[in-house]
Design a protein around this ligand. Structure first.
Ligand SMILES: [Zn+2]
Ligand SMILES: [Zn+2]
Ligand SMILES: [Zn+2]
Length: 407
């Protein structure tokens, strides 16, 4: 493994920095090493700069150096912070090619230079890179030959990074400017629409881009989108779901709601799939214990989040096959649906928070499928005034449960 050291000189300051290891960039070299000492040539560090700086740091402060070393052990890329003008790199012996690119404000390619150095083992091998400024020309007044969207023109130009001007330079092409977009095909909930843009520089240039599909129209009770040719199933809070129960949680991405949640379907499901709705069964299960005697079986791996209740239920029944509350929900059959389960702690809370939509009016204690510890499981106590209290309830307590399903 290499540990490359960079020695940095800023004016009279000498700093040392360690730049990690570069094992990912080249194969490890086990023999002797030498150092490359890179110095940047030219008073301004960028040949062609029209204003030689009075202080070298005036220029260095504004330039970030990106150095590429290509040699016997591969390619290394290093970026020096602004203001750093000199660097040492420890490398394997042999011929190394050095490329230095300087960037102004991290974006404009300001200057470039190359060189090479034959690195001898155990020696400090210096190389001076003469930096050449690269002008970034832009139109500076009215061109004599106007540029088009795709072709360059001729006229006065200015390099903003260095301030140099030329009376008759190459004016860059304009590029298309599709500023004004108009809808040419309207979106529906079935298909994306189309917007067409006309180039402000030349109206014969046009371009198109898609408009996202619209959300489905919600129809309470049926949940069927009425748009001709659609008929997609969609739900609002309080809609009757596919199982004949009430939708009490919606993650459809509309109206500021999150889009989808991860639903874990089996005891061994660690990946999950995306679901969008929680539906509550129309009735409670009569009060029962959470576990079977001796009420201390450990159900490892239950979760509390939305999307975990179905997996929790499978985990409970995988260990405690007769667990009453989980079993009652798991065997619930309503509306032709058989994938009901005991809600997780957070799912159960949503049931209460959206109790009007869910038509969930019972107060008192309700089980969740989230285990707290070997002797207790998480429950909520719901009160007539709408408040609620979480509780870690002994698994031998007699408590209500309400099956839910997710899809
Ligand atoms: Zn320039
Ligand atoms: Zn154009
Ligand atoms: Zn639709």
């Amino acid at each position: 493994m290499f540990q490359n050291k960079i020695k940095v000189i800023i004016g009279s300051l000498v700093l040392f920095a360690i730049i990690g290891t570069f094992s990912a960039c080249f194969s490890p070299y086990k023999g002797e090493t030498g150092t490359i000492n890179i110095n940047l040539g030219g008073n301004a560090r960028a040949v062609g700069m029209p204003y030689p700086p009075t202080d070298i740091n005036d220029v260095l402060i504004d330039l970030e150096l990106r150095i590429q070393l290509q040699g016997p052990t591969g390619t290394q890329n290093h970026t020096l912070e602004k203001g750093v003008s000199s660097a040492f790199f420890t490398v394997a012996p042999g011929l190394w090619h050095v490329t230095v690119n300087a960037y102004h404000n991290a974006i404009d390619h300001y200057a470039t230079g190359t060189g090479s150095v034959d690195v001898k083992a155990g020696q400090n091998n210096s190389v001076t890179i003469l930096m050449e400024h690269i002008h970034l020309w832009a139109a500076n007044g009215t061109p004599t030959v106007a540029p088009t969207c795709t072709a360059t023109g001729i006229g006065p130009v200015l390099c903003t990074p260095c301030g140099k001007t030329e009376a008759s330079g190459v004016v860059p092409a304009l590029g298309h400017d599709y500023g004004g977009w108009t809808v040419t095909i309207t979106s529906t909930c079935i298909a994306a629409g189309v917007e067409t843009g006309i180039c402000n520089n030349d109206p014969t240039h046009t371009n198109t881009r898609p408009i996202p599909v619209l959300p489905h129209s919600h129809v309470p009770a049926t949940g069927i989108c009425p748009v001709t040719g659609c008929g997609a199933l969609t739900y609002n809070l309080g809609d009757t779901g596919p199982g004949g129960g009430k939708i009490f949680y919606v993650a459809d991405g509309l109206s500021g709601r999150t889009l989808g949640f991860t639903l874990y379907q089996t005891a061994i499901d660690t990946v999950g799939s995306t679901a969008y709705y929680l539906e509550a069964a129309t009735t409670n299960k009569s009060s029962s214990t959470w576990a079977t005697s001796p009420f201390t079986q450990d159900i490892a791996g239950t979760g509390t989040e939305i999307g975990t209740g179905r997996k929790n239920t499978a985990l409970i029944l995988g260990t405690d096959t007769g667990a009453p509350a989980a079993s009652a929900c798991n065997t619930h059959n309503e509306g032709g649906q058989t994938d009901w389960f005991l809600p997780s702690q957070d799912e159960l809370l949503q049931l209460w928070l959206n109790r009007v939509s869910a038509n969930f009016t019972t107060t008192g204690f309700f089980w969740s499928s989230s285990q707290n510890d070997t002797g207790t499981a998480r429950a909520y106590q719901f009160f007539l005034d709408g408040t609620y209290t979480p509780a870690n309830s002994g698994k031998d307590n007699l408590t209500f449960s309400r099956p839910i399903r997710a899809f």
